[in-house]
Design a protein around this ligand. Structure first.
Ligand code: ATP
Ligand code: MG
Length: 247
């Protein structure tokens, strides 16, 4: 490999890697943004699943929204058995969802917003598994709570920098509100990330919607600049590089 080649982390999501020169740049922070129900959690979880099953890279899924048992159940529909991977030590699901009765970590409230407790918990799992892939689903939930954008930005930046140390690749998800165009509100997450992927599920007629995916930015990569069709099939997310979708 030449010294000019960026090492890639394959997502293994059918059709996606070929849009991004083979995968995410190793050690980067990638943001997966989209409105509700566009497939952000599935895509992020599939990235971890493929890492563990196909690429021998353990992963940590930090869930701040959905309860782990719902995630396991939903992914099993795609034939992805997370429980098995957890038992094999290839995946850890860190439950920070509201469904959890006793939250194992407190995130300091404004003005003393502090993510070091969260970082310690995640790093504990990362070390145990030797994880190379981390997903935080979703940052939006924290972003809503805190008023100071400056502190938030600084804390998120530190967290992402520490998590991606030693070549770990981090995927963050962020929800774009229904009435919102573009990524404006998500400047913080987008600022953190060296890559931004946007998922759509747009109404194309009175009676139907169509899913698509756009690589908005990916530093150091000559990525596709088109919006491509995407489907959620019985095997999970599949991207169709040859089909142009509408965003
Ligand atoms: N087995 C399945 N087959 C086909 N489509 C499915 C299946 N399971 C879920 N979906 C679709 O995927 C959507 C949920 O995907 P996902 O949870 O990844 O969305 P999200 O972008 O994370 O949403 P949110 O913002 O609410 O967290 C569902 O609304 C549904 O349209
Ligand atoms: Mg989700």
């Amino acid at each position: 490999m030449s010294e000019f080649t960026i090492e890639r982390v394959k997502t293994g999501i059918p059709g996606l890697d070929e849009l991004i020169e083979g995968g995410f740049p190793k050690g980067d922070t990638i943001l997966v943004a989209g409105k509700a129900g566009t497939g952000k959690s599935i895509l992020a979880t599939q990235f971890l699943y493929n890492g563990a099953v196909t690429y021998d890279e353990a992963g940590v899924l930090v869930t701040l929204e959905e309860a782990p048992k719902m995630i396991r159940r939903n992914m099993l529909r795609f034939g992805m058995d997370l429980k098995k991977l957890e038992e094999e030590g290839k995946l850890a699901v860190v439950d920070l969802s509201p469904s959890k009765e006793a939250t194992p970590v407190t995130i300091g409230e404004y003005p003393s917003f502090d993510l070091s407790g969260l970082e310690a918990i995640i790093m504990n799992h990362v070390k145990k598994l030797g994880a190379k892939r981390i997903v935080l689903d979703t940052l939006s939930i924290m972003a809503y709570k805190f008023k100071s954008r400056d502190i938030l930005r600084e804390e998120f930046f530190k967290l992402a920098a520490h998590l991606t140390d030693e070549g770990r690749t981090l995927v963050l998800t962020s929800e774009i509100p229904e009435q919102h165009d573009g990524l404006g509100v998500f400047d913080i997450e987008a600022f953190l990330a060296s890559g931004v992927i946007v998922l759509y599920n747009e109404k194309i007629s009175e009676t139907s919607r169509s899913r698509s995916i756009e690589v908005l930015k990916l530093r150091g990569s000559q990525h596709s600049s088109r919006i491509h069709s995407m489907r959620i099939t019985e095997d999970g997310i599949r991207v169709f590089p040859g089909e142009i979708g509408s965003g």
